[in-house]
Ligand binder design. Structure first.
Ligand code: SF4
Length: 351
């Protein structure tokens, strides 16, 4: 049964795999970068980011030597900036401690920032062909259906998933097997309307046998919190004021416009005036509403109310607070909500 499973899956993959740029290489560095990017967004988006990244940073050394500010800017649009900070730290470790190579063993990799079980397993199996099971959202869903596990997808069921993977994992050609499993989840065993008639492993699938594949994983109510935030775009002599977030914590080291949360019962403009006074000791002279931008961040739905403002006095500037011109925004990494506001400014402002 084990051999039959792997053989069927690998044969299907060899005929049906999508041609993706990171599948044309076994370079551990490139596999690693693609896997980190794939944890954050869809394959079509990753293709563009991946090609650009590999063009700009073709080797581990080029990442290790690049200033963090530049890497953050290259990552803009992918979100989860802690990941690119970890890539920077990890690249330095590989260059300085491992002679410019990514080590081939789990114990060494797990000590490197950003190398959790999934990233370690993906790099070890796909780049080095090691027998290493991996669980991503696709694999978890497929195995849940193969086992007819009637639960919502969560980490608590991972021991059962690992046990199953260990049973079906072949002794060689792991590179193909793990990618084939993920590809099966992406193309055939999709979260909605799985294409069971085309599935190469349907004879092993308990959910298909019972006709409950579409009920697995069970739905979990997603709790989303909505937050309203007022943002001040201070303009003075054709320049805009931005400030850098603290080096630790949420969206660390990114640049943003000043502002803050709108309290219950407060208007966006009143919140803006209060926040800028508290944050920068700045009194707003005029504020005119520019745009409202909505974006999602983890479990938060954030509404940003952006105002163009003139202040009675200018805020103090230092290394983490600057006045910049509109064309200079492209040099500063910003969270996606602020970046959308900059796009709007570009479209509506001349010069
Ligand atoms: Fe998924 Fe259907 Fe294949 Fe089972 S038979 S693994 S539910 S696609």
């Amino acid at each position: 049964m084990k051999n039959g499973f792997a053989r069927s899956l690998n044969q299907w993959f060899n005929k049906n795999a999508r041609q993706l740029p990171w599948r044309e290489t076994t370079d551990p560095y490139k596999i690693w970068i693609s896997e980190v990017m794939l944890q954050q967004t869809t394959v079509p988006t990753v293709i563009e980011f991946y090609k650009r990244w590999i063009h700009d940073y073709p080797t581990l050394e080029s990442v290790a030597q690049a200033p963090l500010e530049r890497l953050l800017k290259s990552w803009q649009g992918l979100g989860y900036y802690q990941r690119v900070r970890n890539i920077h730290k990890a690249a330095k470790i590989f260059v300085e401690q491992y002679d410019r190579r990514i080590p081939e063993d789990m114990e060494a990799l797990r000590k490197v920032p950003g190398f959790g079980p999934y990233t370690c397993g993906a790099v070890l199996s796909i780049a080095f062909d090691k027998r290493q099971p991996i669980i991503d959202a696709n694999i978890r869903r497929v195995v849940m259906r193969l086992l007819a596990l009637e639960s919502h997808a969560n980490a608590k069921i991972d021991p059962a998933i690992y046990a199953y993977l260990d049973e079906v994992l072949p002794q060689k050609n792991l590179r193909t097997f793990n990618q084939a499993f993920m590809e099966l989840g992406a193309l055939i065993c999709k979260s909605k309307e799985p294409l069971c008639s085309m599935c190469p492993v349907k004879s092993h699938c308990k959910a298909f046998e019972k006709g409950i594949q579409e009920l697995i994983p069970t739905k979990k109510e997603r709790l989303t919190e909505e937050i309203d935030v007022a943002i001040g775009i201070l303009r003075h002599k054709g320049k805009y004021f931005i400030q850098r977030r603290p080096a630790d914590g949420l969206l660390a080291d990114l640049w943003e416009f000043p502002g803050g949360k709108i309290e219950k019962g407060e208007s966006p403009e009143a919140a803006l005036r209060r926040e800028l006074l508290e944050e920068l000791s700045v009194d707003i002279k005029d504020a005119s509403f520019l745009t409202k931008v909505r974006h999602f961040y983890t479990r938060y739905k954030v509404n940003l109310y952006a105002f163009i403002c003139a202040a009675k006095s200018l805020p103090e500037v230092h290394a983490r607070r600057k006045w910049i011109q509109l064309r200079e925004f492209s040099e500063y990494a910003m969270p996606s909500g602020s970046a959308k506001i900059v796009e709007y400014l570009r479209l509506t402002t001349r010069g």
